[in-house]
Design a protein around this ligand. Structure first.
Ligand code: UT7
Length: 357
């Protein structure tokens, strides 16, 4: 069902009502990967910072992961699905090309009034989703939006390619945003694309032509990455865009309490921090536990920092997703969420390592 697409008469600010995340239970350690490729815990940890990654098993789906992250975000906001009127799902690894992931989630979470659509912007998708949702909320078109990022790269990884299989993990994260007539906590935003770098990080579909015509060139549907080129892109682009939005927000880098970057590689994060002169303790890092979870990495890291008390109400954060496209999405926001889970999460937040089959 659709809601309120009438011409808006007023403009609003955007506040943050909740955050949540979910990672599948099964963990693959660096040592486990030595059974598949010629690698070592020492190489992976020293070149990337990654120690383990969570992966789906059996029929676990993008929608399952996203639904769990949304339920966590709804608990954080103290809301139920009925109140949501816009769902934006950021995923580049959907279960189905159609129906859109957002449509399936609308049904799963009982958001019967909500409309929804997907964004396929790889590792930048979560921040693209926040900025897109904000436009609808500011215009007064919708009042409550969920942006959920969910990616399962373990199904698109060539597990015999050591250049890529050590990097990725599966996960999901969600944020709930509300239109507010008085307050605006999204202080600045920036989106960027450099399509000339598209070939450096790709994931092709394997669909075939009609058998009556010339067949498509055979290919594969695994992740390909030119790691060195993406590394250079990241360390050049991210400091530039963070400086630019901090400036747009009328602030300086010193005004940032935290920086949450796409969790691609600890060396990228450190190089960027050195370039910007931001103290290391302001950098939120959890890639050692999850690897690169694509669109989900920013909310997975942010959610953890909210739950353990590092990110507090009133803190100012810079967030940046970057990757395939090449693309980036950056925002500065004030953390206004009054999290209803705090104090309750201790018993449930630890993920148990389970035995691999
Ligand atoms: O999410 C989107 C954004 N992602 C990124 O921006 C990722 C950017 N890139 C990177 O994080 C890094 O480039 C990688 C982690 C992918 C690679 O690290 P690197 O330091 O750039 O390594 P390299 O590709 O230059 O490879 C160095 C050596 C090579 O051997 P030779 O040619 O020097 O003999 C590789 O074959 O390391 C070898 N190597 C490995 N050795 C053990 C590559 N992967 C592995 C491995 N284990 N898993």
């Amino acid at each position: 069902m659709s809601v309120n697409t009438n011409k808006p008469t007023t403009s609003f600010g955007v506040t943050i009502a909740g955050i949540g995340a979910y990672a599948p239970e099964t963990i693959i350690s660096n040592d486990d990967l030595t059974q598949l490729v010629d690698t070592s815990d020492e190489w992976i940890a020293s070149r990337t910072g990654i120690r383990q990654r969570h992966v789906v098993t059996g029929n676990q789906s993008i929608v399952d992961l996203a639904e769990n992250a949304i339920q966590d975000a709804l608990a954080s906001a103290g809301m139920d699905g009925e109140e949501v009127d816009l769902i934006i799902a950021a995923t580049s690894t959907p279960d189905t090309i159609y129906p859109a992931t957002a449509c399936q989630l609308q049904h799963r979470i009982g958001a019967s009034r909500a409309v929804g659509f997907d964004i396929a912007m790889a590792c930048s998708g979560f921040v693209y989703g926040i900025i897109t949702a904000s436009q609808f909320l500011r215009a007064g078109t919708y009042k409550t939006a969920i942006v959920v990022a969910s990616d399962i790269h373990s199904r698109y990884t060539d597990w015999s390619d050591r250049n890529t299989c050590v990097l990725f993990g599966d996960g999901a994260g969600a944020i709930i945003l509300k239109a507010d007539p008085e307050t605006d906590d999204i202080l600045a935003c920036e989106l960027g694309v450099d399509g000339s770098k598209g070939a450096e990080l790709t994931l092709h579909t394997s669909a075939q032509n009609c058998p009556l015509v010339k067949p498509r060139e055979p290919g594969n549907n695994y992740v390909y990455m030119n790691g060195r080129e993406m590394f250079k892109f990241a360390v050049n682009t991210v400091p530039m865009t963070i400086r630019s939005i901090v400036d747009k927000a009328g602030m300086t880098l010193d005004d940032l309490d935290h920086v949450v970057l796409h969790q691609a590689n600890i060396r990228i994060l450190q190089a960027m921090n050195e370039k910007m002169g931001i103290p290391e303790e302001k950098l939120i890092v959890n890639l050692q536990k999850y690897g690169n979870t694509s669109a989900a990495s920013v909310p997975l890291a942010l959610n953890e920092a909210v739950l353990d008390g590092r990110v507090k109400q009133g803190d100012v954060l810079a967030m940046c997703g970057f990757g395939a496209g090449a693309a980036w999405g950056t925002t500065v926001l004030r953390w206004s969420c009054v999290d209803q889970r705090l104090g309750k999460h201790q018993e449930t937040s630890d993920t148990q390592e389970i035995q691999l089959v």
